[in-house]
Design a protein around this ligand. Structure first.
Ligand code: BGC
Length: 266
């Protein structure tokens, strides 16, 4: 199987670090021109764009808050100005604002739902409008557009102390599946990825020292994931190699969602 995304344009939100940066790099390596969206961290996003361009790829970085409708509209308009088309959206931006529910402020709730869920709605809507205007691009892809929603194992696994985050990811799952049902007859493919514990800034405290040992008890495959584990799946889901995959969530979690507590119990 040879995967090529030549002549395709991908937009990755939250691409200044972690899974988003890894996905952007992998999409560029597969041949796509890539827009790296960032919110506050311009420098690493610009640096990654430069790195991709120096390696012979095509990339630009664009700042925008995905929870803000006007900024999202500008992000997609600038994407078209730069690269003329859009074929792939990786709706990846996400954050955590953890607290026990009694201490969780409405701000912390709204910020997480705003970025993780409303942000994915706004970006998916903007992408779909472009895909519909563009139509099929023969010789480029069998689909008229691909959307990959970055979810989490916590679309399935309840998470005490993180109810805002878990609720946002539960919402992402039904956003993704409902959208897939709605737009697949337009030959637009919508799918999700549910990463488990991937070593990034979002879970730095949980993935080192004693905390890592405790975390590993929840991962049957007995290692913390790497960004590349997810990035490779993004490339596959964005490519025609997965052309018959519609409305699915791919769990990339080393088995975290397999109720590992039951291995020696129950
Ligand atoms: C969270 C990480 C966490 C992982 C597994 C992810 O969605 O962002 O902080 O380590 O789920 O619990």
């Amino acid at each position: 199987m040879h995967i090529s995304l030549d002549n395709q344009v991908a937009l990755v939100t939250g691409a200044s670090s972690g899974i988003g940066a890894g996905a952007a790099k992998a999409l560029a390596e597969a041949g796509a021109a890539v827009v790296l969206n960032y919110h506050s961290q311009a420098a690493p996003a610009e640096a990654l764009a430069t790195q991709i361009n120096q390696a012979g790829g095509r990339a630009i970085a664009i700042g925008a808050d995905v929870s803000n409708e006007a900024e999202v509209e500008r992000l997609f308009a600038q994407t078209l100005e730069a690269f003329d088309h859009l074929d792939i959206l990786v709706a990846n931006s996400g954050l955590q604002k953890d607290a026990a529910i009694a201490n969780m402020s409405l701000d912390d709730w709204n910020t997480v739902i705003g970025v993780n869920l409303t942000g994915q709605f706004l970006c998916a809507r903007a992408a779909l409008r472009i895909f519909n205007r563009q139509g099929l691009r023969p010789g480029v892809s069998r689909a008229a557009g691909k959307i990959i929603h970055m979810s989490s194992v916590h679309q399935l696994i309840p998470w005490a102390g993180h109810v805002n985050y878990a609720a946002s990811k539960g919402g992402v799952e039904m956003l993704m599946r409902s959208l897939a049902q709605e737009v697949s007859e337009q030959r637009i493919r919508v799918n999700g990825i549910a990463p488990g514990a991937i070593r990034t800034a979002i879970n730095r405290d949980a993935t080192q020292g004693d905390a890592e040992q405790a975390l590993l008890k929840l991962i049957p495959y007995a290692r913390v994931g790497d960004v590349e584990d997810v990035a490779n799946a993004v490339v596959w889901l964005a490519s025609d190699a997965s052309d018959y995959v519609v409305g699915s969530t791919l769990f990339i979690d080393g088995g975290m969602s397999l109720y590992p507590e039951f291995r020696h119990n129950g």
